[in-house]
Design a protein around this ligand. Structure first.
Ligand code: C5P
Length: 223
């Protein structure tokens, strides 16, 4: 590793989208590339941590020095994260699908000449909220992301409270922002003690700074 900031610490990171199947050939998904989450996993490994990356379907390579688990759905992602516990630090950077189709048909849904099929959605488990719940396996530090197209900081602050996490990294993802899939990110960190905005940075630099911030918070907790 390039540093020992997180030496001896176990870190779990989620990254990428999830795919929620409708039938054997179709799914619901989102535009997450996994670039930010993968960069965070790589930065944690470079800081000496033992890292498990739980990744949805992405087109980018597994980061070096990291144990990567590939999953498809939100439910698979929750199972893989739970299996990887315990951990000191959890960073939920994945764009987990909030909903999945109620029915995953065994055979390809066919046109039958009548009305188009309607899509009934059901709620997926919230991985971040599940991991952040108080309990013997709650990581010392639980960090979520908030990707919003409007009222970013208000939504991020309510997420911090509702999901009981220690910090939310808020990033703006509106049309034209080029964050989803792009190489840059502009984030605001919100915690119970305040907020801090960083300038636009390459996702690798956001990752390095975030890992340094986490290392500081873990060191403060240990004092
Ligand atoms: O509520 P929203 O999806 O915007 O919250 C974003 C944060 O919650 C991210 O850290 C994301 O990884 C996490 N999340 C999750 N499971 C879900 C939905 C979101 O872990 N089902």
């Amino acid at each position: 590793p390039a540093s020992t900031l997180l030496a001896g610490q176990k870190v779990i990171v989620t990254s990428g989208p999830t795919h929620e199947p409708l039938d054997p050939v179709r799914y619901l998904a989102n535009r997450s590339s996994g670039k930010q989450g993968h960069a965070i996993a790589a930065a944690a490994a470079a800081a000496g941590a033992d890292v498990v990356l739980v990744s949805g379907p992405v087109a980018i390579a597994d980061p070096p020095g990291v144990t990567t688990r590939h999953v498809e759905t939100a439910r698979d992602m929750l199972a893989a994260v739970t299996e990887a516990l315990p951990a000191d630090l959890f960073i939920g950077a994945a764009a987990v699908a909030d909903w999945r189709p109620l029915i995953d048909a065994d055979e390809k849904i066919k046109k039958n000449g009548g009305a188009p099929p309607s899509l009934t959605l059901v709620e997926n488990p919230d991985i971040l909220a599940t991991i952040a719940k108080t309990g013997p396996h709650r990581p010392k530090l639980v960090i979520g992301f908030a990707a919003e197209t409007q009222a970013l900081l208000d939504h991020a602050r309510s997420k911090l409270e509702r999901k009981q996490c220690d910090m939310i990294v808020a990033n703006h993802v509106g049309r034209g922002s080029d964050v989803m899939g792009g190489d840059f990110n502009q984030v605001t960190l919100l915690s119970h003690s305040g907020e801090e905005s960083w300038p636009p940075l390459r996702k690798e630099d956001v990752a390095r700074r975030l890992i340094a911030t986490c290392a500081n918070l873990l060191a403060e907790q240990a004092e």
